[in-house]
Design a protein around this ligand. Structure first.
Ligand SMILES: NC(=O)c1ccc[n+]([C@@H]2O[C@H](COP(=O)([O-])OP(=O)(O)OC[C@H]3O[C@@H](n4cnc5c(N)ncnc54)[C@H](OP(=O)(O)O)[C@@H]3O)[C@@H](O)[C@H]2O)c1
Length: 338
């Protein structure tokens, strides 16, 4: 029910013109589900891409309207070659769907510079450069759609996922600006925002190489955080009602919708986290969210004696401090004299 709320005006392509869809990250779980769904619709021409095609070919069969092609979004040469081939054979790209991503679990301190760069390249710079190559034709045609699979991590950052969040925030910001820039040219920009997806992604967790393997607790200051966060995220994914298939169906609806919205929350948890962050006063939100994270009150205990008190105690302490300042005899004297 939830996913149909936005869809006010669907359009199906006319028989004489088949829009060309370019899908990157076609070997991801969401990518495969989307490619499978779209390949069942011969009213579109589909190009499915990934770095390693052996991950795609068992799932997708090529035909006159489905084309499987190698593309590494991070590599400029690869982008140029792929776009040139597409323009040569099908003349244009009408719809671009970006599902490529990489997601390490690492505290910011334990993330190598090169891994930060990798996240920014894969999740932001690569797709944005590809969009730049596709836009001149889309603009000339006066229509087109740019659809990015974003994440709740582009709305709310979780500990141990700083690089991923930074790249998704960057993508969200750029797409918001692009929405305004492309509106006069009839090109739509959308961010499909899944929360946690019931998928196998959590079984493929990667850490930055600089994560310590020492047995001394002092050399592994974030270990408790990893120990709590990894199963927590895994359990949220396992309980999630959203699946690669449901994200694919939602993306298909975005493709068919005339003037789809920029932000398309893809699950209840994405919607929940959006309002959760905005409705709480800023000073309360961070300590409260920290307190909600499993095991957070023990994090760092083996290393330091300094601990954050729970948010309600801090809030109470701040109120008392504020009132005692306001009600101090010197403050009262000042306000009565002014
Ligand atoms: N899974 C979740 O719980 C979840 C939650 C929220 C949002 N999302 C979003 O949903 C999308 C899909 O997620 P997923 O879990 O299905 O992904 P995934 O299974 O982890 O796969 C990521 C995909 O990105 C591709 N990729 C990585 N580097 C690439 C590069 N340099 N060039 C081209 N492709 C590259 C990989 O293809 P190669 O075979 O080429 O390596 C792979 O197919 C992502 O945008 C993710 O942020 C997922």
């Amino acid at each position: 029910m939830y996913k149909y709320i936005y869809w006010y005006k669907f359009a199906t392509p006319t028989q004489d013109y088949k829009p060309v869809i370019l899908l990157t990250g076609g070997s991801s779980e969401v990518g495969i589900a989307t490619a499978k769904l779209l390949s069942e619709h011969p009213e579109y021409r589909l190009i499915v891409t990934a770095r390693d095609l052996t991950n795609i070919t068992p799932h997708i069969t090529e035909s006159d309207h489905v084309w499987v092609m190698p593309l590494d979004v991070v590599d400029e040469e690869s982008r140029k070659t792929a776009v040139a081939k597409i323009f040569e054979r099908w003349g244009r790209v009408d719809i671009y769907i970006n599902t490529s991503d990489i997601c390490y679990r690492s505290s910011l301190e334990e993330t190598k510079d090169q891994d930060d760069l990798l996240h920014i390249q894969k999740n932001y710079l690569g797709p944005v450069s590809l969009i730049r190559m596709l836009l001149p034709k889309m603009r000339k045609n006066g229509k087109g759609k740019i659809i990015n699979i974003s994440s709740v991590s582009g709305l709310l950052a979780f500990p141990t996922m700083s690089s991923y969040s930074a790249s998704k925030y960057a993508l969200e910001g750029a797409m918001e600006a692009l929405w305004y820039e492309l509106r006069p040219f009839g090109i739509d920009v959308s961010l499909v925002q899944p929360g946690f997806i019931h998928s196998e992604q959590h079984s493929r967790i990667k850490f930055s190489e600089s994560k310590s393997t020492s047995t001394d607790a002092h050399d592994r200051p974030y270990q408790d955080m990893y120990n709590d966060m990894i199963p927590f995220v895994a359990s949220l994914k396992n309980r999630s009602l959203s699946t690669p298939q449901s994200i694919a169906e939602l993306t298909y609806n975005v493709i068919r919708t005339e003037r789809p919205p920029l932000w398309v929350p893809a699950s209840f948890d994405a919607e929940f986290f959006y309002y959760f962050k905005r409705w709480f006063p800023r000073r309360i939100f961070l300590p409260f969210f920290y307190w909600l994270l499993p095991g957070s009150k023990h994090w760092g205990q083996k290393i330091t004696r300094k601990h954050d008190t729970i948010w309600i105690v801090r809030a109470f302490r701040n109120i008392v401090r504020y009132l005692s300042r306001r009600l101090s005899p010197t403050e009262l004297k000042k306000s009565s004299s002014s």
